[in-house]
Design a protein around this ligand. Structure first.
Ligand SMILES: Cc1cc2nc3c(=O)[nH]c(=O)nc-3n(C[C@H](O)[C@H](O)[C@H](O)COP(=O)(O)OP(=O)(O)OC[C@H]3O[C@@H](n4cnc5c(N)ncnc54)[C@H](O)[C@@H]3O)c2cc1C
Length: 368
C-alpha cells in the first residue's frame, strides 16, 4: 500500500457531538492521525434532553459521573391527554435511565478524544468536502479569521448532525423524515423518578422530565410544518408553568439506504441512527461510532462497506422495532387508552433495545 503523503490526515471528523467525539477518540486510540472540526463551541447550542439509558456510563470516565448526573428515572407515566388525564405507569424496579447534563457530556467526550491524541478544533465550520480519487479535501472557515483553510485527508467522517453538510456534499440520501423537537426549562426542583409522556402530538409525543436540582424540562417533537410552538405553549399552559431557555432542533428518523461513499462515511444523526420511538440518538450514534472505528481502515476504501453492514447489523433490528412501537402513537385515543390500561405496570424493557419489549420472556410476563 502506498505511504500516506506528509501532512495528510487519516480522518477528518466533521462535527464534535457524541458521534464525532466518540469516533475521534476511538480512531486516535488506534493510532490514526485525526483532525476533528466543530463549527462552534463543543456542546452548544443545546437541543437535547440528555435522557439516556444507564449504558451512557460505559462511554465516559468514572470521574465525570458527578458532573453529568442530574436524576435517575425508573419509569414513565403515559397520558392520552394532558397532565390531569389518567396516567398509566410503566416502570422497572431498577433504574431505566438517567437524566444528564448534555452540554457537559459533549465536553467530556471531546476531552476524551483530545486525550487520546485527536486534534479537536472549535470555531471551524466546514464549508466544502471535495472527494477525489485518492483523498478528500475539506475546507473550513475559521471564526474571526478571513478566508478559509483546506485540509487533506484519506477519509472524512460526517458527524455533523441531522442537517448534515457532509451528507449533502457527498450526494448521500436524506433520512426518511426529520421531526421538529422543542424544549425549555423551569427552575422547579424535582427529584421524582418518572417522566411524563403525553400522546397528544401527531405521530409523536410531548414530555415532562424532572431534572433534580437542574429544574424541570418540558418538550415535544412533531413532524415539521405543524404548529409545534403553539402545541408547546398549550403543553406548558396545561402544567401552569412559564419556561425559559427555549431550544429547538431536528430529529432524523429512518436511516437512508446508504451512509458511505468511497472515502466519506456518516455517523450519528447525519446517518439517521436514532430510536424512532423516542428520537434519542446519543447512544445509537456512539454505538455506530465504535463500529466505524473497529472496521474502517483509512487506507482501504473497501472497508467502508464493512462499516455499512456492521452498523446495520447492530442497530437495524432495534430501529425497525422502534418504528413498530412508534405506530402506537398514531392509534385512535380510545385504542391507546385500552392498550395502556392493559399493558401498564412493571416492564422488563431496555430503553435502547425495543426488541426487548417483543422478547418471549417479556411478552409472557405482560400477558400472564
Ligand atoms: C429536542 C430534542 C431532544 C432530544 N433528546 C434526546 C434525549 O433525551 N436522548 C437522546 O439520546 N437523544 C436526544 N435527542 C437527539 C440527540 O440530540 C441526537 O441524536 C444527538 O445529538 C446526535 O449526536 P451527533 O453527534 O450525531 O450530532 P450532534 O449532537 O447534532 O452533533 C453534530 C455537531 O456537528 C457540528 N456541525 C454541524 N455542521 C458543522 C459544520 N459544517 N462544520 C463543523 N461542525 C459542524 C454541530 O455544531 C454539532 O456540534 C434529542 C434531540 C432533540 C432535537
Amino acid at each position: 500500500m502506498p505511504a500516506k503523503p506528509v501532512g495528510m490526515y487519516d480522518f477528518v471528523v466533521v462535527g464534535v457531538g457524541p458521534a464525532g467525539a466518540r469516533f475521534a477518540r476511538r480512531a486516535a486510540e488506534s493510532g490514526f492521525d485525526v483532525l476533528a472540526l466543530e463549527k462552534g463551541t463543543v456542546g452548544t447550542p443545546l437541543a437535547c434532553s440528555g435522557h439516556v439509558s444507564t449504558d451512557i456510563w460505559n462511554y465516559v470516565p468514572d470521574e465525570a459521573r458527578e458532573t453529568l448526573f442530574q436524576n435517575r428515572i425508573y419509569g414513565a407515566n403515559f397520558h392520552t391527554g394532558g397532565p390531569t388525564t389518567d396516567a398509566h405507569l410503566f416502570y422497572k424496579t431498577e433504574e431505566v435511565s438517567n437524566v444528564i447534563d448534555r452540554v457537559q457530556l459533549d465536553r467530556t467526550l471531546a476531552d476524551c478524544a483530545r486525550r487520546a491524541g485527536a486534534d479537536v478544533r472549535e470555531d471551524h465550520t466546514v464549508t466544502a468536502v471535495d472527494e477525489r480519487r485518492d483523498h478528500v479535501a475539506v475546507t473550513a472557515s475559521i471564526a474571526g479569521e478571513e478566508g478559509t483553510q483546506t485540509f487533506e485527508t484519506q477519509m472524512v467522517a460526517g458527524c455533523d448532525g441531522p442537517v448534515s453538510r457532509v451528507r449533502q456534499a457527498a450526494g448521500l440520501p436524506e433520512p426518511d423524515e426529520k421531526l421538529h423537537g422543542v424544549l425549555a426549562f423551569t427552575e422547579e426542583v424535582d427529584h421524582t423518578d418518572h417522566v411524563d409522556v403525553h400522546l397528544t402530538v401527531p405521530q409523536f409525543f410531548a414530555w415532562r422530565i424532572p431534572r433534580g436540582e437542574a429544574g424541570v424540562e418540558y418538550g415535544l417533537a412533531a413532524p415539521p410544518g405543524g404548529d409545534v410552538t403553539e402545541r408547546f405553549e398549550r403543553l406548558t399552559e396545561s402544567y401552569g408553568v412559564e419556561t425559559d431557555r427555549f431550544c429547538s432542533g431536528a430529529i432524523p428518523i429512518g436511516p437512508p439506504d446508504s451512509v458511505t461513499t468511497d472515502r466519506v462515511f456518516l455517523i450519528g444523526d447525519a446517518a439517521g441512527q436514532t430510536k424512532p420511538f423516542t428520537g434519542g440518538g446519543i447512544l445509537y450514534g456512539m454505538t455506530a461510532a465504535d463500529c466505524a472505528a473497529r472496521h474502517i481502515d483509512p487506507r482501504r476504501p473497501a472497508s467502508l462497506d464493512v462499516y455499512e453492514s456492521a452498523w446495520r447489523q447492530t442497530l437495524s433490528t432495534e430501529i425497525r422495532m422502534g418504528q413498530l412501537i412508534r405506530r402506537a402513537y398514531s392509534l385512535p385515543e380510545s385504542v391507546q387508552r385500552l392498550g395502556l390500561s392493559a399493558l401498564a405496570g412493571e416492564i422488563g424493557v431496555h430503553m435502547d433495545k425495543p426488541s426487548s419489549f417483543f422478547s418471549k420472556t417479556h411478552l409472557k410476563r405482560l400477558f400472564s
